[in-house]
Design a protein around this ligand. Structure first.
Ligand SMILES: Cc1cc2nc3c(=O)[nH]c(=O)nc-3n(C[C@H](O)[C@H](O)[C@H](O)COP(=O)(O)O)c2cc1C
Length: 181
């Protein structure tokens, strides 16, 4: 099958997630086209066997280029099986209200754009202190102290469950096979 994976990223972690998904689909004998929503090139998502869109949450929102892409391509996206993969830190919070907030990001995106993804996967992102400028590092260190996350700022702290992400890819690929059977 031909699978299009498009992603948006601010500090690079969602790019790693998208690449990991691409590797997992290729290992399952699919052909993967990987690009970014800010510069997808000439490719119509409706002509692939499936499309996966990946993006992070920053200040409660998806990146602007990601929202623009969905608004421009939502009808083509809806023609094929698709999934929205959202990376956030709130999904890794112990507090239930914060987890609920994290789970609401995809629903808010649907309300905003009108695109209803066929599958939704929420993945914990990373605290990537070395990539932050002074203000962001200060902000995220404060958030980390409230949430009991690591506040050692000389390295990245990765919360992603890479094994679970691979399992999601396998389940998505299996669901595609069932659709064509
Ligand atoms: C300035 C800033 C704001 C963020 N705001 C949120 C937020 O509102 N909700 C959330 O769950 N995660 C938030 N995060 C965490 C990011 O979603 C997480 O770090 C993600 O892995 C970033 O992906 P990227 O490296 O692809 O940009 C924020 C991170 C930063 C640096």
């Amino acid at each position: 099958m031909q699978i299009l994976i498009l992603y948006s990223t601010i500090e690079g972690h969602t790019a790693k997630i998208a690449k990991k998904l691409a590797d997992a689909f290729e290992d399952l004998d699919n052909e993967v086209f990987l690009s970014v929503t800010s510069d997808p090139g000439y490719c119509d998502p409706g002509t692939f066997d499936a499309t996966i869109l990946c993006a992070p949450i920053h200040m409660g929102s998806y990146p602007g280029d990601f929202i623009d892409y969905i608004e421009n391509w939502k009808s083509a996206l809806s023609q094929v099986p698709n999934a929205l993969v959202t990376s956030s830190l709130m999904i890794a919070c112990a507090d239930e209200d914060e987890q609920t907030e994290a789970k609401s990001y995809p629903t808010k995106l649907t309300k905003q754009t009108g695109w209803q993804p066929s599958q939704v996967y929420n993945v914990a992102g990373s605290l990537n202190y070395p990539e932050y400028g002074f203000f962001k590092r200060w902000l995220m260190k404060r958030a980390a102290q409230t949430e009991n996350w690591p506040d050692q700022t000389d390295k990245e702290h990765d919360f992603t469950d890479w094994k679970a992400l691979k399992t999601f890819a396998k389940q998505f690929a299996d669901s595609l096979k069932k659709e064509v059977a």
